[in-house]
Design a protein around this ligand. Structure first.
Ligand SMILES: NC(=O)c1ccc[n+]([C@@H]2O[C@H](COP(=O)([O-])OP(=O)(O)OC[C@H]3O[C@@H](n4cnc5c(N)ncnc54)[C@H](O)[C@@H]3O)[C@@H](O)[C@H]2O)c1
Length: 410
């Protein structure tokens, strides 16, 4: 196959990670867009010179019309994924599917069965597998000089402003509207742990909750919105400070089509991102710790926390003959009884921004996989689904206060 044709479903913030790479791309072109929001749809349509009749305001019109591309990029919110992936596969499309695959374990399996039945290629956007940092760790383990992996300690350091943006004010704040954070955010981390352990998870135990972003912690005289709050000058979560003075980069989620100061201010006045972080309708955990046991005897502990300065991952992989310690910027490898060897990521890759460059490599692999069925693809649906099942098990364990055996999950 020469140039691959793609259709975008859902032209929100996340889609930008992929569409930005399609401008002037010699291997792929965007030929259709499905997006209910007129401004977002038009922005994509005009950027890619998409024919007006190939820009759809609703998915039914798209799926009821003739198949128009080789693959779809599903970048809608979590609750739309299962329905849209099934429709796309049945229509003959290959699929790049944003994570989480779906909100229920049975729906994840349903998509996998459907993909197998229709022989569709489905890749999940587990971009961390493509991040040079984790690729390097995997390569070091594969080289074998550290021996077998015995145990892993992994931390997801969300960063307090990222957390307040996405999980207090934003799209993923409520389990009933999105999913538990251990699925929405940490399926990436379970996927990485799985990949490094290279075996199936056997049992999961998990603890956590929402401790801080609650009404009882609101400053005494605070109001429901920052713009008229008497406490705003002393509050670090003042939305104007965060979005206009640049604490947090994602202005696009606040106002995707007008990121001028006036556009952001007016969106903060009316929209979700201007609300008091202590007075939102959020319920997802702000910290959660999980313990994992794998079939091959490897154990892992994983801690997800909102209460961090860096927005990063830190990992320690403890092996028979030495250990690896890493923090996205640097990897330290130390054989027991030897001096550590340091690898600075900035010295081996140009772009370590945005999931460590993972978005770029993932899309490239997807396009390559479409062009050549034997091409290497790292996050196929069948490889990705275990991480989701582990997240469902962790949430069940947290709620039911018991160890969950993976074989009893489904
Ligand atoms: N892989 C990653 O690292 C990563 C990072 C962030 C977000 N995500 C995932 O990306 C997905 C999208 O997140 P986002 O921040 O872009 O959300 P968003 O709300 O900004 O974008 C979703 C878009 O889908 C549109 N939409 C709604 N219903 C639709 C329908 N039926 N058909 C077509 N379009 C429809 C909305 O109007 C919106 O523009 C989520 O599932 C999220 O979990 C993944």
């Amino acid at each position: 196959m020469d140039k691959v044709s793609l259709a975008l479903i859902g032209a929100g913030s996340r889609s930008r990670a992929y569409t930005s790479q399609l401008v002037g791309n010699d291997n792929a072109e965007l030929v259709s867009v499905v997006e209910p929001d007129k401004d977002r749809r038009e922005l994509i349509r005009t950027t890619f010179n998409i024919k007006p009749d190939m820009a759809f305001s609703n998915e039914d019109d798209f799926f009821n019309s003739t198949k128009c591309a080789d693959a779809v990029l599903i970048c809608t919110m979590d609750r739309e994924h299962h329905r849209q992936a099934i429709k796309a596969i049945k229509k003959g499309y290959d699929v790049l599917l944003e994570k989480p695959v779906s909100l229920k374990a049975s729906d994840c399996i349903d998509i996998l069965d459907c993909a197998n039945k229709y022989d569709a290629k489905v890749m999940v956007c587990h971009v961390l597998r493509y991040a040079p940092f984790f690729q390097k760790i995997k390569q070091i383990l594969n080289e074998g000089k550290l021996g077998k992996v015995i145990s892993i300690q992994h931390n997801e350091n969300i960063n307090i402003f990222h957390y307040s943006h996405s999980y207090v004010r934003g799209n993923w704040r409520k389990t009933s509207e999105a999913s538990p954070i251990i699925l929405a955010k940490s399926c990436h981390d379970f996927d990485i742990i799985n990949w490094l352990v290279n075996d199936k998870c056997k049992s999961v135990s998990s603890f956590g909750g929402l401790s801080y972003f609650k009404r009882e912690n609101a400053p005494a005289n605070s109001t429901g919105r920052c713009f008229n709050c008497p406490e705003r000058n002393s509050c670090i979560f003042n939305a104007e400070k965060i979005y206009l003075e640049g604490y947090w980069w994602n202005k696009g989620a606040v106002n995707l089509t007008d990121q001028s100061d006036a556009g952001i201010r007016s969106a903060l006045k009316e929209g979700p991102y201007g609300r008091c972080v202590f007075k939102c309708d959020n319920d997802v955990c702000d910290h959660q710790v999980s313990i994992l046991e794998f079939e091959n005897g490897v154990t892992a502990s994983f801690s997800m926390s909102a209460f961090t300065n860096p927005c990063s991952r830190t990992i320690k992989v403890m092996c028979e003959k030495g250990e690896i310690r890493g923090n996205m910027a640097e990897i330290e490898i130390q054989l027991f009884g030897s001096e550590p060897e340091k690898i600075k990521m900035a010295e081996i890759v140009d772009d370590i921004e945005k999931h460590g460059g993972g978005d770029y490599y993932l899309l490239n692999d997807f396009i390559g996989w479409l062009q050549d069925k034997d091409a290497f693809a790292r996050t196929t649906l069948s490889q990705s689904i275990d991480s989701h099942l582990m997240a469902f098990a962790a949430e069940k364990s947290r709620i039911e206060h018991r160890v969950i055996s993976m074989q009893d999950l489904l």
